[in-house]
Design a protein around this ligand. Structure first.
Ligand code: ADP
Length: 389
């Protein structure tokens, strides 16, 4: 079967066409086609909206398909609010619900809804599923998702921790449990998704019980361009004294902070190279980022009642041995010890990098959100009888 995986950003549309058998198994080369339409809605780009972007993709796919039809589409949607606790088959009502959640993700949800509508109009008979970044974290207990703010901010405005990167945390949890030979339902772990955006998740019994991102993906760890946790009074102080208005503040915290703000470089590779070359600002940024992450691991070890594994994933987590060691060196008080050689090995496979006598294993597990979305789409469509098993 052919599943089209779509990731609609505010001004971009990424896609992958994937081959998957009805029982979920994949061929050796599952990606049949992939591409990206950028600068949607930017004057002069020639692509006014997501429907036009889809026309462009359709033209690209026609050559690849050679008469085959796409069996289903799966969309990554950033925000599912409290309503969507699992991947869902798309109906018009579901699209409207995603639009109604726009106040929670003003750039992303309207774009996703546009993509959904465009496909529903173009291929009305094709089943579509939505997979939310937030839904895996709907299992968090209230003490983890409530902020200590006036009650009405939650009850009237939905201000609470939602968490993101759920598809990746979910996938990686399953693979880590399997790698260790532990039943998922009995698996406690700390998962570290470290890409341009980064988040840590506390896993208890295979489910999310806490996560470092919050109401938005700005909270928590030091990221490529995002600050992660800061004292909120810094924001009121800077706005009050006129240094920033709300827009500028939003841009500073999301786009001009993190590694970029501290060093001039958002890319972890460059920050590490520059730290090795002795540049003080890069060394400081690595210390701040690894220290903050280690504190989260310590906290989540408690949150899950004793983790059975620490798991690294995504661009930095999978590839940066120096950053992993900077974090792992700080975890020695938990009895964690890693094998320096195993840490340096490069591989596409899930692997253990801790020593035999480490108190708990440390794993590196490659994530693949597109693959996960294709699999979830297949399952949702089959569960509703929209695709054959
Ligand atoms: P996204 O959140 O955009 O999906 P990725 O998961 O692709 O991001 O991660 C991007 C990050 O991974 C960048 O900071 C990049 O520097 C980092 N990265 C990729 N390869 C390496 C590497 N070999 N060493 C260090 N960092 C790496």
């Amino acid at each position: 079967m052919l599943i089209l995986v779509i990731n609609s950003g505010s001004s971009s549309l990424k896609y992958q066409l994937r081959e998957v058998a009805a029982d979920g198994t994949e061929p050796a080369e599952p990606v049949v086609a992939q591409g990206l339409v950028e600068r949607i809605g930017v004057p002069g780009s020639g692509v006014d909206n997501h429907a036009e972007a889809l026309e462009q993709i359709d033209a690209e796919l026609e050559q690849v398909l050679q008469g085959r039809t796409i069996d289903a589409a799966g969309h990554r949607v950033v925000h599912g609010g409290e309503r969507f606790k699992a991947p869902t088959l798309v109906t018009m009502e579901v699209i409207r619900a995603i639009e109604r959640l726009a106040p929670l993700a003003p750039l992303h949800n309207p774009a996703a809804a546009q993509g959904l509508r465009a496909i529903a109009e173009k291929w009305p008979d094709m089943p579509q599923a939505v997979v939310f970044d937030t839904s895996f974290h709907q299992s968090m207990p209230e003490e983890a998702w409530r902020y200590a703010l006036p009650d009405a901010l939650y009850t009237e405005n939905g201000i609470r921790r939602y968490g993101f990167h759920g598809t990746s945390h979910d996938l990686v949890t399953g693979i880590a449990a399997e790698t260790l030979g532990i039943q998922r339902a009995e698996f406690n772990a700390v998962i570290l998704h470290l890409g341009n955006g980064a988040s840590a998740t506390a896993i208890r019994g295979g489910a999310s019980v806490d996560t470092s991102m919050g109401y938005t993906p700005l909270a928590g760890l030091v990221m490529g361009t995002r600050s992660g946790d800061v004292d909120p009074s810094i924001i009121t102080h800077l706005i009050r004294n006129g240094a920033y208005d709300a827009e500028q503040m939003d841009r500073m915290l999301n786009k001009e902070s993190g590694l970029l703000g501290m060093t001039g470089n958002a890319d972890m590779r460059q920050v590490i190279d520059s730290a090795h070359a002795g540049h003080r600002r890069s060394r400081t940024a690595l210390k701040v980022a690894s220290y903050r992450l280690a504190k989260y691991v310590g906290g989540y070890h408690v949150a899950v009642g004793g983790a059975q594994a620490v798991v690294f994933t995504a661009g930095i987590g999978e590839n940066s041995a120096p950053f992993r060691s900077a974090v792992l060196d700080r975890l020695e008080p938990l009895g964690i010890a890693y094998d320096a050689e195993a840490n340096l090995e490069r591989s596409e496979a899930a692997r253990v990098i801790s020593t035999e006598d480490s108190a708990i294993p440390v794993l590196v597990v490659p994530t693949n959100e597109e693959m996960a979305i294709a699999q979830l789409t297949l399952t949702v469509a089959q569960d509703h009888g929209a695709l054959e098993r």
